[in-house]
Design a protein around this ligand. Structure first.
Ligand code: DQA
Length: 146
């Protein structure tokens, strides 16, 4: 199967960005770990980080043409703002898991609402970089289910 991992704005700064909130793991370490795990299991994993909403939208559109089977998505700040990204995911109807490094529910009230949670297969938050790995394990289990 083909999986796509999408990272929203400012996640390119992981490792140095508010490490008390987001941890010390870099985005490259996260992507490499996911790529390794997916390829060990015989799957293909693609990834993109963008600070631009339209880039993420266009990547989601392209995912349908590439027959991407599953998306793991940390929309970052767009979680709380983007009807356009929500609509893109509805348009391609590719199942996805929403991931956040931090526990958004114990942070500012504006982070408590997500435009994605009610259309996601599942949501993981507050577990740091492990959240991506756990999302991948769950996705692989679903994709490998007969
Ligand atoms: C985040 C949480 C968002 O509220 C924030 O805007 C981010 C990262 C997380 O991974 O914890 O940029 O999605």
């Amino acid at each position: 199967a083909t999986l796509l991992v999408l990272h929203g704005p400012n996640l390119n700064l992981l490792g140095t960005r508010e490490p008390g909130v987001y941890g010390a793991t870099t985005l490259e370490q996260i992507n490499q770990d996911l790529e390794r795990r997916a390829s060990e299991a015989g799957h293909r994993l693609l990834h993109l980080q963008s600070n631009a909403e339209h880039m993420l939208i266009e990547r989601i559109h392209a995912a349908r043409l590439e027959n991407v089977d599953y998306i793991i998505f940390n929309p970052a700040a767009f979680t709380h703002t983007s009807v356009a990204l929500r609509d893109a995911l509805l348009a391609v109807s590719i199942p996805f898991t929403e991931v956040h490094l931090s526990n958004v529910h114990k942070r500012e009230p504006f982070r408590h609402h997500s435009y994605f949670s009610d259309i996601a297969v599942g949501v993981i938050c507050g577990l740091g970089a492990s959240g991506y790995r756990l999302a991948l394990e769950a996705a692989l289990e679903q994709l490998e289910r007969p």
